[in-house]
Design a protein around this ligand. Sequence first.
Ligand SMILES: Nc1nc2c(c(=O)[nH]1)N[C@H]1C(S)=C(S)[C@@H](COP(=O)(O)OP(=O)(O)OC[C@H]3O[C@@H](n4cnc5c(=O)[nH]c(N)nc54)[C@H](O)[C@@H]3O)O[C@H]1N2
Ligand SMILES: Nc1nc2c(c(=O)[nH]1)N[C@H]1C(S)=C(S)[C@@H](COP(=O)(O)OP(=O)(O)OC[C@H]3O[C@@H](n4cnc5c(=O)[nH]c(N)nc54)[C@H](O)[C@@H]3O)O[C@H]1N2
Ligand code: SF4
Ligand SMILES: [Mo]
Length: 712
Amino acid sequence: MKALEKEELLRAKIPCEETGITVKTGICGFCGGSCLVNAYCKDGKVIKVEGNKDMPGSNGRICVKGAALKQSLYHPDRLLYPMKRVGERGEGKFERISWDEALTTIAEKMTETKEKYGAKETLIYVGHPKWFRPQLTELANGYGTPNFGTESSTCAYSLMMACMSTFGQEVRMPMPDMQRCKILVVWGVNSLYSNSVTAGGAFIGAVKRGVKLIVVDPRCTPTSEHADIHLRPIPGTDGALALGMARVIITEGLQNQEYIDKYTIGFDEYKDYVMQFTPERVEEITGVPKEDMTAAARLMAKEAPCPIQLSASPVVHNVNGMQNARAIVLLLALTGSFGVEGGTLPPGPGRAVLREAFLGTMHARVDADQDLSHEEFPAWARLTAQEAQVTRLADYMEGKGAYPIRTILSFGMNHHMWPRPDRLEEGFKKLDFFVSADLYMTDTGKFADIVLPIQTSLEREQVAVLGADTVYYQAPVVEPMGEARSDMDVITGLAEKLGITIGGEEPIRCHEDYLRKSVSATGLTLEEIRQAPKGIKARKIMPGRTSEQILQVKTPSGKIEFVSSIMASCNKEGNEALPVYHDFREKLPMDEYPLILTTGSRKPQLFHSRTYRMPWLANLEEYPLVEIHPDDAQKLGMEDNEIVMIKTPVGSMELVLSINSSCLPGAVNVYHGAGDKDINLLIDDNYLDPVSGFPGYKSYCCRLEKKEVHHE
Ligand SMILES: Nc1nc2c(c(=O)[nH]1)N[C@H]1C(S)=C(S)[C@@H](COP(=O)(O)OP(=O)(O)OC[C@H]3O[C@@H](n4cnc5c(=O)[nH]c(N)nc54)[C@H](O)[C@@H]3O)O[C@H]1N2
Ligand SMILES: Nc1nc2c(c(=O)[nH]1)N[C@H]1C(S)=C(S)[C@@H](COP(=O)(O)OP(=O)(O)OC[C@H]3O[C@@H](n4cnc5c(=O)[nH]c(N)nc54)[C@H](O)[C@@H]3O)O[C@H]1N2
Ligand code: SF4
Ligand SMILES: [Mo]
């Protein structure tokens, strides 16, 4: 009887003496959200992950990815040891080596590249993981290459460029004052799928408070369900919509003239420009009924201050994306909503600033004016001094830039996230030397000369700031798999081999040094934090800024710029000083490919390339589906679950059709990041925003054909 009971307890994973199951606090780092979790452990292994009630604002909930964490931790693809390639590039044949041999070889090869060709022919790259970037930039600087690039070549920076050129260098993203706003515009964000539980909670909090809500999203989403007005533009036409709304506001005299006179420049020129965006023309371009657009514009202006929540991706995943984003954020200036209570308040006291302290300050690059991207993307170079734009990496590896990239040191690099990953694979084959530091043997890693095994967040000591000002601690929940190391230990280990000091006067020589140094910003010591399992309040938080301080903007003119002086100084096609609207369809063969292809709208269970390998998550969608509105399916004579051929100007592939009434008619949606059936193979890598270099992921063109049936 007793034995059976124990079996049952074990099956139910009940933590108690009999089962030997213990519960440890962990910080999930899977998506960067840092949710507190309860990790159930037995015999030194994580057997289950649940939410943790101490997590501020979550009520103990986590997302599906967090709940499936053990499948990422114990996946057979995990790298366990440093390895060197013994087969052909791409073949995936490797042999175990020691950490010392790995780091010594990398240092030697990097030094060889530097001595033969100059340090700038080495690219140092990091994908989505963010926490160790400041130290990696120090490594890049110490080594001497300005070619430091990240996944932000397709994420966040374009929106930041729009904000920084308008509101000054300090304003990377104006954050909505969620607690106090009376009205909120959510423009191309679906935070209930894409944000951590707590960030999505802030949106729900505003909804529960009765905020008036305008959602701008081509599709119907759980976010748009709460909207008072849901505008559904054709993807990529956001600029025209925003300019049309501006015209309504100005022609009806609803703009905040006092604010405009006091804080902005260029209004008259902007006003003249927007007059061409009549409601009729805007309806024609965007597909949004003019009555709805007009109602939204009036509501925004009459109820202002009105913050706009924007995302790092969809609006700017367009070949006019940065200018479209400018057109949107200028609505904040027009309605007097930037930098005021109930509008947007960047960045306030507490969490945001503390997190910044943790991330550390990104270091400006050495010889930034010699990087590979500044000539093609001058606005990027002026606004984002900390990194190079690297969407052209395939060209650079092919030697089509000012000089070639011969060596790559990468952390978390996934070539499936870029357009035309097949071209990147060709480029990898040409490299002199390539390092991939990752959790897994990835498709990218298979092309590397050396792969380095990296710890997941549960395997390393971590500190996170959650809620407004509370610092949480995680001791390693389990021993690292194999010889996996923290990214920080790899960076500092390599720095030592290269004779580079990280951390300046207070050098960082290992992961623990890094933790010790970064927590000092809170006025706490690492020892104090280690002894506070339920979190500890920071002693120091950086002061917030007042509205008055925020409105003393740091643009070249010292005013919020309707006409951008930085853009004016670029002298390059597409880099107009006004937020000019160019329609992406003019650049595409829409007659032949009449459907709009949007890729990568977030799903709760998928996270770029990372989740397809996790069985619980892949169960829901093993391969990317082509989602299409029922009317389009009917016109094409296609049925749910049918295998169809999707064709674009650069390629074609077979995918399963999914009829989904939340899609906008005329636009199909496919998720990205899959190794097999990678939709980015079908996106032209020359289809880029000339200002930001961002690919047009959310507004390309395609057609669907029935799969040809061959009869014997
Ligand atoms: N589960 C999950 N969460 C994630 C990620 C993930 O992969 N999975 N990725 C993270 C990353 S890197 C990012 S950048 C964020 C992105 O976060 P979000 O921007 O919230 O996510 P998306 O779903 O890409 O886009 C939001 C909405 O924009 C709509 N949209 C598509 N094209 C357009 C357009 O042209 N105009 C407008 N107005 N709307 C458009 C889509 O229909 C979608 O509902 O998510 C982060 N969170
Ligand atoms: N078609 C299309 N393409 C897109 C997008 C889209 O919407 N549509 N979205 C774009 C956007 S917004 C983004 S942000 C990018 C994301 O692109 P990426 O950042 O490249 O994608 P991920 O799959 O999140 O992660 C890359 C790699 O990091 C590894 N990794 C995870 N954690 C760690 C860690 O702690 N250390 C190390 N060293 N490695 C780690 C993962 O195993 C993975 O191999 O994709 C872009 N590509
Ligand atoms: S939102 Fe999900 S994946 Fe992201 S940190 Fe939280 S639990 Fe982990
Ligand atoms: Mo992103």
